[in-house]
Every structure is written in structure tokens, then in C-alpha cells.
Design a protein. Structure first.
Length: 200
């Protein structure tokens, strides 16, 4: 009988795990197959639950012993009371939300802190494809063609920082990633992903 190989821990999951306090109440929005949520439950002792729209992904979560409800990110927060959770997490999902401003506002209402991880659409690889090849970029981090992408909003590090200032949101932590390493210099150009911890 073949032994199922354990997946390597993704760097963005480790970064988010470092942001989350042990034993916290966590809601993972758009949790997918539950890899991040499982990591937080097992390694940080969080009391975690998720919201996911894909039924196959929900079954994978249930197999891992996770508590996940079927729901849409755009409407999945309205019924929760204020400050119920210590952390609300949107990892690699905010760019797919129809109304991101409303989702962030609601997340800040029901969570003490919100963690948002997203692909940086102004990464140098994307810029090079726009400039030299003249087409919408397809990269390791943005693997979709223009006609089948789930992404509705194309944001950058600078866009999110400007949005936070405009909305009076406090950025508590920011971490930038390029593939499997941290980026500390010119993140809007060199980081493929950004992770922000915010509060209000």
C-alpha cells in the first residue's frame, strides 16, 4: 500500500501561521481544500472554521476533520456578530471577490484582525509580459489565460496600501514573497505575493 506523501508547507501558509496567535478563533474565507486551515489547527491550536463554495473542496476539508460551511465569500459574512473571531483570513481569494471593499469592511467588523494574501499583479514578470509581449501576463503565480481567469480585480502592493490609507485601515504587518523567499526591497516590483495583517 502506497503511503501518501505529505505536502511541503507553502511559504505563505508559514507566514500567515506566524501572524496568528496560538489558540485564536479563526475564520478562513475561501479555504479551498483546507491546507492552511489544517496547518493552523494542528500547529497553532486555533479554533478554526472555513467558508468555501466548491463542494469537492468541502469534502476534502471534511476528510481532514475541518469545520467548513458551504457559502460564498461575497455574502458569507453578513450573519456573523461583531468581533466574533480573532482573525479573518482571505488568502489568495480577495482578487476573486465581487465586492472587495464590502468584504473587507465586513471582515473588520466580525474579526479583530484580518489577514489578506493576494498575488501582486505589478510583479516584474507580469510587467515584462505586458511591455515586451503585448498580452495579458500568464506566469507561475498568475497561471490563467484572460478568458478563464477567476480573478476579477487586479491589485498591487501599492494599490492595497493606498486603499488602506483611504479607508482608515491600520496595516499592522506586511510580508512580501517571491516564490519561496521573502522580499524586503521594492516589493511592488519584486514580490509575486503580498500578505497584509490589518485592523480598524
Amino acid at each position: 500500500m502506497a503511503v501518501k506523501k505529505k505536502k511541503d508547507l507553502r511559504l505563505d501558509h508559514k507566514v500567515i501561521g506566524d501572524m496568528v496567535d496560538r489558540g485564536s478563533m479563526v475564520l478562513d474565507m475561501g479555504c479551498g481544500e483546507g491546507d492552511l486551515l489544517e496547518y493552523l489547527v494542528r500547529n497553532k491550536g486555533v479554533k478554526g472554521s472555513g467558508v468555501e463554495i466548491n463542494e469537492d473542496a468541502i469534502y476534502m476539508c471534511v476528510e481532514k476533520g475541518l469545520s467548513v460551511s458551504h457559502g460564498d465569500i461575497d455574502s458569507g459574512l453578513a450573519d456573523y456578530p461583531d468581533k466574533l473571531f480573532d482573525y479573518i483570513i482571505f488568502n489568495q481569494t480577495m482578487q476573486q471577490v465581487k465586492k472587495p471593499r464590502l468584504a473587507i469592511t465586513e471582515a473588520l467588523r466580525i474579526g479583530k484582525k484580518v489577514i489578506i494574501g493576494f498575488p501582486n499583479f505589478c510583479h516584474i514578470n507580469a510587467r515584462m509580459q505586458f511591455f515586451f509581449m503585448g498580452h495579458v501576463p500568464v506566469t507561475t503565480n498568475l497561471p490563467y489565460e484572460w478568458y478563464d481567469t477567476p480573478n476579477l480585480h487586479f491589485l498591487s502592493v501599492k494599490d492595497f496600501e493606498r486603499f488602506s490609507r483611504k479607508e482608515g485601515i491600520t496595516v499592522e504587518k506586511r510580508v512580501f514573497i517571491s516564490r519561496d523567499r521573502l522580499v524586503g526591497f521594492m516589493p511592488n516590483l519584486l514580490a509575486s505575493d503580498a500578505i497584509f495583517q490589518i485592523s480598524k
